[in-house]
Design a protein around this ligand. Structure first.
Ligand SMILES: [Zn+2]
Ligand SMILES: [Zn+2]
Length: 138
C-alpha cells in the first residue's frame, strides 16, 4: 500500500468505551461504500471500511455488549453480520457468515488511520454533495 512504516497494532472502540478492539498489521483493503445499507449501518453518508483476516482482529473487551444483526438484503447478495454496541449504538464490524474476513468500521479507530483508501464501491449511490475520494494515505 505505501512504503511508510505502518504501526503493528491499531486500536479502536465504541462511543461508550465498553467495546474495545485491536487489529494487527494492515488491512487487505480499505474502501468507501455508498450503498444504502452501509449508510444505515454507519448512520452517515457512507461507510469507510477496512478488511482484515479474522486472526488480525482481537476483541479486547465488551463482548457481552456486542449485538449482531444479520442483514439478508445486501446489494451484493451476501448476508452480512452487522455488529454494534448495545450500550451506545456504535456500528463496529461487519462479517460474512463464514467469517472469512472481518470488516472494521474505520470511524471507530482511535486517532489517525495509517492506511489509505483503496477504492469506492456503489458510487452510483454516492451523495450528490460528495466528490470521489482520493486514494492513498490520509
Ligand atoms: Zn458502546
Ligand atoms: Zn455497502
Amino acid at each position: 500500500m505505501s512504503d511508510e512504516a505502518v504501526p503493528m497494532t491499531s486500536h479502536g472502540g465504541c462511543l461508550c468505551g465498553k467495546v474495545r478492539y485491536t487489529v494487527c498489521g494492515e488491512p487487505k483493503k480499505r474502501f468507501i461504500c455508498h450503498c444504502i445499507n452501509c449508510k444505515r449501518f454507519s448512520g452517515s453518508a457512507f461507510l469507510d471500511i477496512a478488511f482484515f483476516q479474522p486472526e488480525q482482529f482481537t476483541l479486547e473487551s465488551g463482548k457481552e455488549y456486542l449485538k449482531d444483526y444479520i442483514d439478508e438484503e445486501t446489494r451484493s447478495g451476501n448476508p452480512l453480520k452487522c455488529s454494534f454496541c448495545s450500550e451506545c449504538g456504535s456500528s463496529l464490524t461487519l462479517s460474512k457468515d463464514n467469517d472469512e474476513m472481518v470488516l472494521v468500521n474505520c470511524g471507530t479507530f482511535d486517532g489517525k488511520i495509517a492506511w489509505g483508501i483503496t477504492g469506492e464501491v456503489f458510487d452510483d449511490m454516492r451523495r450528490a454533495y460528495l466528490v470521489p475520494f482520493r486514494t492513498g494515505s490520509e
